[in-house]
Design a protein around this ligand. Structure first.
Ligand code: NAD
Ligand code: UDP
Ligand code: UDP
Length: 318
């Protein structure tokens, strides 16, 4: 018998960058939060400030193994997200996406919980359509170095929709586009953290290729708001729904913006473009606007300011 009527929320990958912000926000909203993480890329430090909260619980666990807990909602975020981390042990990356999804879906089925999958713009691969709409099936190399992540996430989406069709589960699939903010891992290799850390250290800014490839950067608070709105939509809304900021920048523009905001003298250093690096990426967020009444509110300059401030204090870089 439950002792409380507060929703109990499980967040897998809850000690990671996005997960820790989600834990914080759901606790502030009055939920009980169970954070599950194997600390592969996340850390206890990211949720240290939450450990004193009696409504927060932290469990070290790998989602590729079954998990038996009683919860009302599941946010499935467990998976390394940066190319250098997900390529370190690609077999484990696929297992995390696929076995992790099966276990969390099995759990959702047993306890009748709603379950949200943190999918990714990577399901679109190196896209031929621009901006990317949810109806686009994508262009992914199934045997390249990014495939463990891209195909793992695609298979997880398939599993979500099959559990929905076959077992009537309440599912929500969010396709998250590049998101940045405080608590990104300083060494995780993603472009925003790399450029800020390099600029603060006065080290060269590593521009892969000519820097003309584009990305659209969403500040973490905006993204978390979108995830929560999606989770709380009526049962018939399953997604996939794109969540991201539609304002697109070239990577060179991002480098220049970071240099200007950190007042850094770091030079730009051109390095080879990694294999299968998508040329262009911009979310079409009409569906999110329509279904969730959501759109990002934080412009890049403001989000960068907050992130730079975080790395000045925590990145051991200035
Ligand atoms: P992150 O690496 O900071 O967080 C991932 C978390 O999952 C980490 O805490 C890690 O330790 C944990 N984890 C990894 N494998 C696990 C396993 N087998 N069992 C339990 N925990 C495990 O990355 P993030 O940016 O916070 O990403 C969170 C989720 O959002 C990921 O699923 C990612 O694919 C998705 N996503 C993120 C972005 C982005 O731009 N940040 C974009 C698209 C999708
Ligand atoms: N599972 C879990 N927690 C639960 C229920 C199931 O981790 O509370 C796992 C279990 O290991 C199983 C998987 O989820 O392998 C899929 O469960 P499902 O009931 O869909 O399939 P089955 O048990 O028939 O394999
Ligand atoms: N990138 C870069 N320098 C870096 C890190 C990344 O030029 O130090 C580029 C990378 O080649 C890609 C873009 O920035 O075109 C975004 O890379 P990230 O790894 O952050 O995300 P993803 O490629 O998964 O969108």
């Amino acid at each position: 018998m439950r002792s409380s009527s507060r929703p109990r929320v499980l967040i897998t990958g809850g000690a990671g960058f996005l997960g820790s912000h989600l834990c914080e926000r759901l606790l502030a909203d009055g939920h009980d939060v169970l954070c599950v993480d194997n600390f592969f890329t996340g850390s206890r430090d990211n949720v240290l400030h939450l450990l004193g909260n009696p409504r927060f619980e932290l469990l070290r666990h790998d989602v590729t193994f079954p998990l038996y807990v009683e919860v009302d909602q599941i946010y499935n975020l467990a998976c390394p997200a940066s190319p250098i981390h997900y390529q370190l042990d690609p077999v484990q990356t696929t297992k995390t996406s696929v076995h992790g999804a099966i276990n969390m879906l099995g759990l959702a089925k047993r306890v009748n919980a709603s379950i949200l999958q943190a999918s990714t713009s990577e399901v679109y691969g190196d896209p031929e359509v621009h901006p990317q709409q949810e109806g686009y099936w994508g262009r992914v190399n199934p045997v390249g170095p990014r495939a463990c992540y891209d195909e793992g996430k695609r298979c997880a989406e398939t599993l979500f929709f099959d559990y929905f069709r076959q077992h009537g589960l309440r599912i929500k699939v969010a396709r998250i586009f590049n998101t940045y903010g405080p608590r990104m891992h300083p060494n995780d290799g993603r472009v925003v953290s790399n450029f800020i850390v390099q600029a603060l250290r006065g080290a060269p800014i590593t521009l892969y290729g000519d820097g003309q490839q584009t990305r659209s950067f969403c500040y973490v608070d905006d993204l978390i708001e979108g995830l929560i709105r999606l989770m709380n939509t009526p049962d018939e809304i399953t997604g996939p729904v794109n969540l991201g900021n539609p304002v697109e920048f070239t990577i060179r523009e991002l480098a220049e913006q970071v240099l200007a905001q950190t007042r850094s003298q770091s030079p730009l250093l051109q390095e080879p473009l990694p294999q299968d690096d998508p040329r262009q990426r911009q979310p079409d967020i009409d569906l999110a606007r329509q279904l969730l009444g959501w759109e990002p509110a934080v412009p890049l300059a403001d989000g960068l300011e907050r992130t730079i401030d975080y790395f000045r204090r925590h990145g051991d870089v200035a």
